[in-house]
Design a protein. Structure first.
Lengths: 113, 114
């Protein structure tokens, strides 16, 4: 079974700074997908960014980018120029051949004004 | 367009009662998922429907939990004889089952068992 580990339960950073959230996973599969979701206090799960394992190039979405290291099974999220609206829980997730999305335990990110 | 819709948004029930939670997926999404999220915790997989295939029920915590879905339409999650430990947010999600198509989540149902 796949497991996803987020080792940082909480993080905080000053507004406009850059922050990196870590995620590691364990799988024997070669083809899979990785996602970062954001959950603000409204509890709505919002897709932040996605990465296909077969792509070497790291995904980027505006201020959000990932550092995908397939051999190390690492998938970190970098948020640049952080904004107050980035305050939320962030979940890393793995989607493999069984079509079940497996989530990490989350990182609570607080952006300090 | 319309997103995933869940109802009710909040439900308070007495221990021992049965509850039924509803999920309307995005039209055309063949896959539907139910997750449970306890307070301050991550998402725990419950069940997965894919078209007319047999559902993957491997995450259901006990036989008090069941779910149904007819075709690619509405799904209901039923919890019988509710217990206090069932208190959580129940999230539904749907997706196309192609490549990197992400899950689209509803706003969840917050269940409180008193």
């Amino acid at each position: 079974a796949q497991t996803v580990t987020q080792s940082q339960p909480e993080m905080s950073v000053q507004e406009a700074e850059t922050v990196t959230l870590s995620c590691t996973y364990d799988t024997s599969e070669n083809n899979y997908y990785l996602f970062w979701y954001k959950q603000p206090p409204s509890r709505q799960m919002i897709l932040v960014i996605r990465q296909e394992a077969y792509k070497q190039q790291n995904a980027t979405e505006n201020r959000f980018s990932v550092n995908f290291q397939k051999a190390a099974k690492s998938f970190s999220l970098k948020i640049s120029d952080s904004q107050l609206g980035d305050t939320a829980m962030y979940f890393c997730a793995f989607l493999g051949g069984n079509e079940k999305l497996t989530f990490g335990t989350g990182t609570r990110l607080t952006i300090i004004p | 367009g319309a997103g995933v819709s869940q109802s009710p948004s909040n439900k308070v029930t007495e221990k021992g009662k049965d509850v039924e939670l509803r999920c309307d997926p995005i039209s055309g999404h063949t896959a539907l998922y139910w997750y449970r999220q306890r307070l301050g915790q991550g998402l725990e997989f419950l069940i997965y429907f894919q078209g007319n295939s047999a559902p993957d029920k491997s995450g259901l915590p006990s036989d008090r939990f069941s779910a149904e879905r007819t075709g690619e339409s509405v799904s209901t999650l039923t919890i019988q004889r509710t217990q206090q430990e069932d208190s959580a947010v129940y999230l539904c999600a749907s997706r196309y089952t192609t490549g990197n198509s992400p899950l689209h989540f509803g706003n969840g149902t917050r269940l409180t068992v008193t």
